[in-house]
Design a protein around this ligand. Structure first.
Ligand SMILES: Cc1cc2nc3c(=O)[nH]c(=O)nc-3n(C[C@H](O)[C@H](O)[C@H](O)COP(=O)(O)O)c2cc1C
Length: 167
């Protein structure tokens, strides 16, 4: 799919067809897109977890989309492995992980699949369920699968509220 079409097509989808699996090839391309993402100083301070039986592994998650989807990807970040800006001590783990996860979401869209970025779930339960080392913190998860809903339109702030031009 053409890049701007991907951007235009991507929407948060909260209902999935449980009986439509994604192929190994699709998953491979999505993971490769994730690995290609830039990270500060190329530290790559993240781990992705592919959850093939979300209904069982993530039974504590409230959002029904997570139980419907054939597959869920979760991402965790490690602040102790990330680049830190000396000027202000800012740790870039969360930014790195967010860029990686947006690659996941856009790659899935390009494959004709749907996603929804979910942050609102118990981070400690996610760590436990995914068997993640102590250094890592939960950033987000997304179901990946075929949409079973047409989402309502969402709005965006007008350009003049979010962009300023300096001459
Ligand atoms: C950092 C982040 C966290 C989000 N967390 C949740 C969430 O926990 N649950 C949810 O249903 N949607 C979540 N979303 C999806 C947003 O609500 C959604 O992107 C926004 O309303 C715009 O809709 P659209 O993605 O369809 O354009 C999250 C999105 C982002 C970027």
């Amino acid at each position: 799919m053409e890049f701007f079409k991907v951007i235009e097509t991507r929407r948060s989808i909260r209902a999935y067809h449980p009986d439509r699996p994604i192929t190994d090839e699709q998953l491979k391309r999505i993971l490769q897109a994730a690995r290609s993402a830039p990270t500060a100083a190329n530290k790559q301070p993240y781990k992705l977890v592919v959850i093939k039986n979300p209904k069982k592994t993530l039974d504590f998650v409230k959002q029904k989309a997570v139980h419907q989807a054939p597959l869920v990807l979760a991402i965790f970040v490690d602040e102790t492995a990330a680049w830190v800006r000396k000027f202000d001590g800012k740790n870039f783990a969360w930014m790195d992980g967010s860029i990686v996860f947006e690659h996941v979401i856009l790659a899935a869209t390009a494959e004709g699949l749907s996603t929804v970025w979910i942050a609102n779930t118990d981070p400690m339960a996610m760590k436990k369920a995914c068997n993640i080392p102590t250094n890592f913190q939960f950033l987000a998860l997304t179901p990946i699968g075929y949409a079973a809903e047409k989402p309502k339109a969402t709005s965006r702030k007008p350009e003049n509220e979010i962009v300023s031009y300096l001459e």
